[in-house]
Design a protein around this ligand. Structure first.
Ligand code: SF4
Length: 382
């Protein structure tokens, strides 16, 4: 769940662990997460409700009332139901795999201030069974697949949960799970409770620096969601280093590989600079060498119904004026929900092979089959 009050949030831990002064620097910039964050919050509320119904005693009338409230929200979409069901199904299967009944807590406030000054957050679902603690986190975003491996947010939650429950339970193992249903992404990681504590001890001095706003600015993939990313000098220095190192007039394949990797961050950096410049210019400030102009626009009808009425009255057949188009699969999924759509027309849905695409080696997709490339390009190379 979004954490609104912790200065050093668990969700931002990847950033402030790697760039300790970033949290203090970010304070001067507004949070512009906007409607995506609000949509995620609503999905979490729906998931929470379903989990509570599953694992706690809840009157049907109370459930229905809360459900109706959520469904009447303008950000609610039917697909949210299918996605939150997938999350609840995952937790249910996890619990059914145990030999007995686990202890399940939904939306648990977790205090990890023993490691991070003032640190707390909300664990979406905490499960205790035998000697193992499970932390399950729902990610509703669909921009980037989030991995549970070495994930500092989940580890901080786990440290909070160990602190909370270690008097009642002997916790030896910790398993962390991310369920990101809109990307069909399930990711898990595990470590022993001792390893978790050792990790916490390594993070502690960094958290203390981050709380004071001291340490070194270090740019990296963690800059992506930093509010200072447009104006940050450390990031600019890193971006402008690209391609500077060698003197050979031609780039080697190895250099092209490194530049492509760096260029991924470069694209998003340039976009953040453009957004910053636009805000400044709109506010009447100057960005030397740049100005605001009217972008391209397309002609449009002020009143489509009235205009089409005129056309029909002038003798044009309505059948010629309108086209009837089937919805695409994304829109159909929104209309029917993923599960129901698959039940209805799953047999008609195929996924043809995509065109070859260059991606970083760390991408989880399998490399394009060599045989298929030979069929397509006849084994030609430049
Ligand atoms: S943009 Fe990157 S380097 Fe700059 S403060 Fe943020 S996290 Fe640190």
């Amino acid at each position: 769940m979004p954490e609104e009050h912790a200065f050093l949030s668990a969700s931002g831990a990847h950033r402030w662990i790697n760039c300790t002064p970033s949290a203090a620097l970010e304070k001067q910039f507004p949070d512009t997460a906007g409607s995506y964050a609000a949509e995620g919050t609503l999905a979490h509320s729906l998931a929470e409700l379903k989990l509570r119904k599953q694992f706690e005693v809840m009157k049907l009338s109370a459930y229905k009332q809360r459900l109706a409230e959520i469904q009447s929200d303008e950000l609610y979409q039917r697909e949210m139901d299918g996605y939150t069901d997938a999350y609840v199904d995952y937790i249910r299967s996890l619990c059914m795999a145990f030999a007995g009944t686990p202890y399940v807590v939904v939306e648990k406030r977790l205090d990890f201030s023993q490691i991070v000054p003032g640190g707390f957050g909300t664990g979406d679902c905490v499960i205790l069974y035998d000697d193992t603690l499970h932390i399950v986190d729902l990610k509703y975003g669909k921009g980037v697949a989030v991995s549970a491996e070495n994930n500092p947010q989940l580890r901080l939650y786990a440290l909070g949960a160990v602190q909370e429950y270690s008097l009642l339970y002997t916790i030896r193992q910790v398993q962390m799970h991310i369920v990101q249903p809109r990307l069909d992404n399930i990711s898990t990681d595990s470590l022993t409770a001792d390893e978790l504590q050792q990790w916490g001890e390594r993070v502690k001095p960094l958290a203390e620096q981050a709380a004071k706003g001291t340490g070194e600015f270090r740019a990296g993939d963690w800059c992506r969601f930093c509010r200072a990313k447009a104006q940050c000098r450390a990031r600019a220095v890193q971006m402008l280093e690209i391609g500077k190192r060698q003197t050979d007039p031609l780039l080697s394949d190895a250099e092209i590989g490194s530049i492509l990797t760096a260029a991924q961050s470069l694209q998003s950096w340039v976009k953040s600079l453009e957004e910053y410049a636009e805000r400044q210019l709109i506010a009447g400030k100057e960005i030397p060498g740049w100005k605001l102009v009217e972008g391209r626009s397309n002609r449009t009808l002020t009143d489509t119904d009235a205009a089409f009425q005129v056309l029909e009255q002038s003798g044009y057949d309505a059948a010629l004026l309108y086209e009837r188009k089937p919805l695409n699969l994304t829109a159909l999924e929104k209309l029917c929900g993923k599960k129901h759509l698959t039940e209805l027309i799953g047999g008609y849905i195929v996924k043809p092979p995509g065109k070859p695409t260059v991606v970083p080696a760390a991408d989880k997709r399998r490399p394009y089959a060599k045989k298929k490339l030979e069929e397509m390009f006849g084994g030609k190379s430049s």
